[in-house]
Design a binder for this molecule. Structure first.
Ligand code: FPP
Length: 254
């Protein structure tokens, strides 16, 4: 974010604090929570809540790209979300399809690289094919890394990484002693990207819900008390400003 934009949140701050405003996270992760409660509040169906949430999602992706943040990870559908009613699951699946179909041209033109985190094999065929095609079409792009979690669970992601690493050891391609924390990172869906710096969960809930457990090891957390469909670009800027003011110690004593 540009200094002049950040400054509006902290008018009258001195030059030292002002310098902090330029600390943008390299990787933002968002749990987009509160669509259901938003729908209830407005006496609408839950699918309408998710539809409104998708509008927020478009704005937030655009803003993240405008700011030049390197990676954005979004929790769209967890492995536990299959437990919801068939109507709600169908609505979410349709929204995911509509989103990729309507946004892919703009995202590709903006040099955004899309990666899907999660088990695409467990998705209906249309969704699976569309997501695979979005990844393929943008794989050479070098702008914003947009990671969208669909049929995702973080523990399952770590188990998958463990299996891949075990196979390399079994085949004699990797020495047991050569396995490091980086080796694990290199086998996650976010391989090649930095760890999460800023984790945002809307709606006031304060849980990680099996989202990016490994990547969030040293993330800063913010829990804006607004429902996802009401989360604005201004509220996002506020979270970024909060991040810029946090002192990160990574376990050391400064
Ligand atoms: C949590 O709200 C939100 C979800 C389970 C789905 C998030 C999905 C979207 C924002 C849109 C679809 C995604 C894409 C990529 C197009 P909740 O329903 O759990 O809210 P509640 O806790 O208030 O019930």
């Amino acid at each position: 974010m540009l200094l002049k934009d950040m400054k509006k949140f902290f008018p009258g701050k001195g030059p030292r604090e002002a310098a902090d405003f330029e600390k943008l996270p390299a990787h933002v992760a968002i749990i987009m929570d509160g669509n259901g409660r938003w729908a209830k509040k407005h006496k609408l169906s839950v699918s309408k809540g998710h539809r409104q949430g998708t509008e927020t999602l478009r704005e937030i992706i655009r803003h993240t790209d405008d700011l030049g943040i390197g990676s954005l990870s979004l929790y769209a559908f967890s492995t536990e979300n299959w437990k919801r009613s068939p109507e709600e699951v169908a609505a979410l699946m349709q929204l995911i399809l509509d989103f990729f179909r309507s946004e892919i041209d703009e995202l590709d033109a903006k040099n955004v690289r899309i990666r899907i985190m999660g088990d695409k094999g467990g998705l209906p065929e249309k969704q699976r094919d569309t997501l695979i095609e979005a990844e393929r079409r943008t794989e050479k792009n070098t702008g914003l890394n947009l990671n969208i979690a669909v049929n995702y669970g973080s523990r399952a992601e770590i188990v998958l990484a463990a299996k891949e690493i075990a196979l390399l050891v079994k085949n004699g391609e990797l020495q047991l002693n050569a396995i490091t924390e980086q080796t694990v990172s290199d086998h996650l869906y976010t391989r090649g990207q930095p760890d999460v710096d800023l984790m945002i969960r809307t709606s006031g809930e304060m849980r990680l819900s099996n989202f990016m457990l490994y990547q969030n090891a040293y993330a800063e957390f913010t829990f804006p008390a607004v429902l996802w469909p009401d989360f604005t670009v201004e509220a996002y800027d506020q979270a970024l400003a909060t991040f810029a003011h946090r002192q990160r110690r990574f376990g050391a004593r400064l």
